[in-house]
Design a protein around this ligand. Structure first.
Ligand code: 13P
Ligand code: SF4
Length: 303
């Protein structure tokens, strides 16, 4: 505990010296969320990345998030404390494979979930997050949409649009392994709890949920509603939910709702990151320029 306190003090000192800001995703470890200047969902953090005055952004999340920050704030140094923290779903589509798929659907718009590499964003017309995917798709003129890489989010969006959604076959391993049996069991143990699910979950899980939200959507909803919730997303969010609502109860839908990538950063790696200014995330200029167009188009829509 005392060691943690010393580490925290050193992080805060170095943060000041480097004029840095710490952004953390809602799935990060509790101690990382607590030391961050801002926590949020992918959309909120992208917006934060464009609004910072700091010289350095330390991004506590996974690689694609730091990449997006580097694209949106090219004049800043963007650090990812653990270089191997990546998103398995983002690795399920490559720019080359997407270029091939686009040839099959020449009239389709390409919508790319931000959980993707900068190369893939550069091949896309517009990005989306779980918070704005429906609005993004419905903002387009095209009637056909090639949606990469999350098949579950694509399926969720298809419920709220007349457009033809052509899904990629990617998924988030953490959300995709949540099954209806998990939810039915959790509901039998907590019959009065409302079920909040993330749209990266399977259709049949979403069908059993009371509400579907991005992670920040869950935080905002729980603040104003109910006393008890079953949470069908990565369990890191429960730290924030519980902190915001000490008198309410939050249960993870199962014991397996952990994304190991989102747990890669701890206080020690955050401290090392600021001590050594590692790992600097950069995106080649040509890729960044194209990816930025897709991100900017999304940010014009916001939530
Ligand atoms: P949101 O916080 O945008 O809902 O993102 C979910 C996610 O899986 C990020 O990796
Ligand atoms: Fe990727 Fe899923 Fe982990 Fe988010 S929770 S980083 S989508 S694997």
């Amino acid at each position: 505990m005392q060691d943690n306190q010393k580490t925290i003090e050193r992080i805060l000192k170095l943060k000041k010296e480097h004029n840095a800001v710490i952004l953390a995703h809602n799935y990060e470890r509790g101690e990382i969320q607590d030391i961050a200047d801002f926590t949020g969902d992918s959309l909120g953090l992208s917006i934060q990345a464009t609004e910072q005055e700091a010289d350095v952004i330390v991004f506590c999340g996974v690689h694609f998030m730091a990449e997006s920050a580097a694209i949106l704030s090219p004049e800043k140094t963007v650090l990812l404390p653990e270089i191997h923290a990546g998103c398995p779903m983002a690795s399920m589509v490559t720019a080359e494979a997407l270029r091939e798929e686009k040839k099959k659907y020449p009239g389709a718009a390409v919508v790319c979930y931000v959980n993707s590499t900068a190369d893939v964003k550069a091949e896309s017309d517009i990005c989306c997050t779980s918070a704005n995917a429906v609005e993004v798709v419905n903002s387009l003129d095209e009637d056909e949409v090639l949606f990469v890489p999350d098949k579950n989010l694509a399926d969720y969006v298809s419920r709220f649009t007349d457009k033809k959604i052509i899904p990629w076959n990617g998924y988030c391993p953490t959300h995709n392994q949540i099954l209806t049996t998990d939810l039915i069991k959790a509901k039998s143990e907590h019959p009065d709890a409302e079920v909040l699910a993330h749209p990266e979950c399977r259709r049949e899980v979403i069908d059993l949920a009371d509400k579907v939200f991005s992670t920040t959507g869950m935080v905002e909803y729980a603040r104003n509603a109910g006393d008890e919730f079953i949470i069908a997303t990565e369990r890191g969010i429960i730290h924030k939910l519980q902190k915001d609502n000490p008198d309410k109860k939050f249960y993870s839908v199962s014991e397996f709702t952990v994304c190991p990538e989102m747990k890669a950063i701890d206080l020690n790696s955050l401290l090392l990151s600021l001590e050594k200014m590692q790992y600097v995330i950069t995106v080649p200029e040509d890729v960044s320029a194209k990816a930025r167009i897709a991100l900017d188009r999304m940010l014009e829509i916001k939530r």
